[in-house]
Design a protein around this ligand. Sequence first.
Ligand SMILES: [Zn+2]
Length: 510
Amino acid sequence: MKNIIKTAILGLIAIFLTASVQAFTLSIHGQVKDSSSNKGIPGVVVSDGQTCVVTNQKGEYLIKSDSETVFNVFVITPSNYEVPVNKNGVFSGYIHVDTSKKKNECNFTLKKRDTKCDHYIMNYMGDPQAMSQRPHSIEACKYVSENLRKINDSQTLPVYQTFLGDMVTNEIHVPGKAEFFFELMANCGGQSFYLPGNHDHIQDSKVYHEAIAPYAKHFGPYNYAVNIGQIHYIFLDDCAWGESPTGKRFARGLNKEACRFLQEDLKYVPKDTPLMISMHCPLTRSYNGIFYKIEVGEKELFEALEGRDVHFWYGHTHDYTNYPYSQESIDKRARGVRSLESHTVGRCGGGWCCSSEINQDGVPRGLVEVEVNGRQLTWRFRSFDKRYPDDMNIHLPSRFKDSNGEADKHLYCNVYLWDSKCPKPELWSNGKLIGKMERILSGKQATMEPLYAEMYPQWEKQGIVGFRKEVPKNTQCTHLFGILPPDNIKDGEVRYTDRFGRQCIQKVAW
Ligand SMILES: [Zn+2]
């Protein structure tokens, strides 16, 4: 018995020693300077992706890091300084840490903004997914880059954009693949932020830091933040590799490192600052608006966000949904969050796996354009494809066959970013309201988008569909509206006013 106790105590001491040795094996220090005065900037938050510290009066900082799990050190750019970007406009406010050295000196220089950046555009785009085995996915990326450029060039406000993960499908560790992706996106204009998706990890790795290492090398930090105007933007990796309780490659949620960064970062963010948090896998939505089970870090996530106003932005599912939660409709797990809205953004390059011209919910290739004015946010959908309008798309009566093979006489309107705070679209003819259009639900909160269902077999014939031979069963649209116009009405217009009061009108005749 004595021996057992002795062994146990020795074991505990060994664990304690290992833990304390692993915890702080690396010190990162340096200075954050102002480019014009060449003086240190006090009060800037610097992070290694886990711990956050603030620079002193001389702009100096010191972080004690864990060499096993730290890849980069970065500044959380204050809003009166410009976001550091490289020649392609990609966030570059980070430095790779040399973990073979015990001490790293990492200095940053920031450029003060000439004018306040309070009014600007933040674009959100899902899943570019350049994959060299699928030439059409490369074409889709080129298409995105060219058309994003056109939209960005037409803006009069400064433009930022977030790519919501899954950039280099399953190939991120292959030499040259990440560079190839950056080349594809080099001329898209604006300033870009990236975050990792499940396909940006090494797929067969079971250890998180091994799985994320190539991403950290090519794209930089994977849990980080930036201040632009009055908004605090956070980017997190919510693919917790190697932590799935059901034996999958990854768990949906935040691992310890992501939780730690979130808690540390928010220590320096005033409680009333609106948060825009981007992740890859939707954690707070499903087709009926109810939260998915967050497999890891759920408690920590909502504790960190208590009393705050939060917008979550996600990719991954290749469709668009928007859930503004009220205190009544919010899942009880997130009750402490002051306000919460959950946005899922479809694939900017079209439906996977064929890079088709529409996503599975009928939304064309494009982006969600958020106009940020102070703390006020308004958004709309911008189409890359001029055959498909911005905001909404209409399917005329008799365009499709119903389930009996008869002409379907409904007029349909797909309002891409519709949510429960938006009014319904209306059909008008000769200056008179014919009727409000009703939401089409064939399942609980969604239906099959008829245009996608019609087009899918054509893509299948062209051999570009990939591994799925039928319209995927999970293909659902939560924002399709329809009306059965009276027989004597053959033209008119569909009018839709979005929740921000912006009116969209499309003339129709059939
Ligand atoms: Zn994904």
